[in-house]
Design a protein around this ligand. Sequence first.
Ligand code: MSP
Length: 514
Amino acid sequence: MPYTLTTPLYYVNDRPHLGSTYTTLACDALARFQRLSNGSVVFITGVDEHGQKIQRTAEARQLSPQQHCDAISARYRDLWSRWGISQDRFVRTTDPRHLQLVDQFFARVQASGDVISGRQTGWYCVGCEEYKDDPAEAKDPSCPIHQKPLEWRDEENLFFRLSRYQAAIEELVARDDFIEPASRRQEVRNFVARGLRDFSISRVNVSWGLPVPGHNGHTFYVWFDALLGYLTALLDDGGPVDLERLAQSGWPASVHVIGKDILRFHAVFWPAMLMSAGLPLPKKVFGHGFLTREGQKMGKSLGNVLDPELLLERCGADAVRWYLLRDIQFGDDGDFQQQRFVDLVNNDLANTIGNLLNRTSSMARKWFEDAVPPHTEAVDTTHALAKAADTAVALVMDAMASLKFKSAAEAVLQLAIAANGHLNDTAPWSRMKQPGQEQEVGNDLYAVLEATRIVGLLLAPLLPDLSSRILEQLAHPLDATSWRSQLSWGGLSSGHALPTPSPVMQRLELEEPL
Ligand code: MSP
């Protein structure tokens, strides 16, 4: 069974923002980790292209919805490739195959008796593409997220009979392995405990949507169609669009990674839809937190939106990945602070890791004929750094498997700190001046270089670019098919030529606010 993971399918109402970039970077780290440790992975991302919000944005730009979607979808694809995202599938919900899949799925749900006609009245937020239960203001209510007026709706729609799944969903969300992190479980449990109500799955006033078979004038509610995009992506493997093939294509998903605002859709509505269609449920839904900037919510009106394209251009992928994955506990909200960003990148990556490699390899080259020094006891697994490396490897494996990117990054950093400590304690630069110390110095430098090699390897899922620059400097590249065994202590070969040292990480100098 492959490890199947998904990002949300992003709305194409606007170009990619830091929120979508954050989820995608985290998923990329997880996908790389799973590929290196287990092999088979299907990493899905893509775009959600229907609905009123997108229809209106296209109108405002005086483009047809399709033209608008083509342009923004291309931007997502392009941006993800510039960030080096390693997705296996990029799904678009305007793909004709998706229409086929939605029809098949709808037929199953109908056959289960879960589609009924009804009347939907209530306050709707087009930004959220969601009915809002209890707006705070009785008159002229607005959406607390979008700060825009809610729109009153009263229409005949088709409904999905969510209420029939009350008991099954209660049981699902009561489990301790379905919703992560644990801090998000209660909110969903409370929502379910208040009683699940049927929800409308069609619209009569939205032309930019997939037509509902047998119901002229109705298009599918954008969320009904969007969630199914995960299945379309899996079946996009060269074979026919056929729900019967899902099990061999990597369904159920191992994890859906999403932001906390769309947890309800993924942990309640989606599982009920799948139950109705007789399909297995995703194993896990992970709801991460929201990013703010210097303590403030990011928004166009505040003019403080951090543009991921600019961030990438000015700072590079390694720096941004490090900051987001190392500084924020994945699951919690996080704050982007420019000074802290610069400090962490310069201290951790440029100094602790980059300088360690640079100065150790320079000494090795100078005193040991441009090569990895010979060693007598440094391959001994009881060496203090060997133990530190083993600890780091075990911590990283555990942390990455449970999406604790911060703990994984800290464990790697600890190993680099230990290696720096060893270098400072043993001071090869002064011992080399004493006679007869060459062998000892060789041992020490070997151990430090070896720790650095393991740091480089452990960084492969988190910071793939920096990882490969480190390993290049050690002339011991990553072998993606044997990562785990490469992580054993003693892998550096003495006498192996070391290339001319060059800094692996540029320091960040940001004078102006980004
Ligand atoms: N189209 C839906 C998802 C459908 S999935 C079948 C959608 N798209 S979105 O583009 O609006 O949001 C995508 C993701 O970005 C969500 O997971 C959301 O939580 C996340 N974020 C939006 N703003 C964010 C921050 N400020 N910080 C972190 N993530 C944020 O919802």
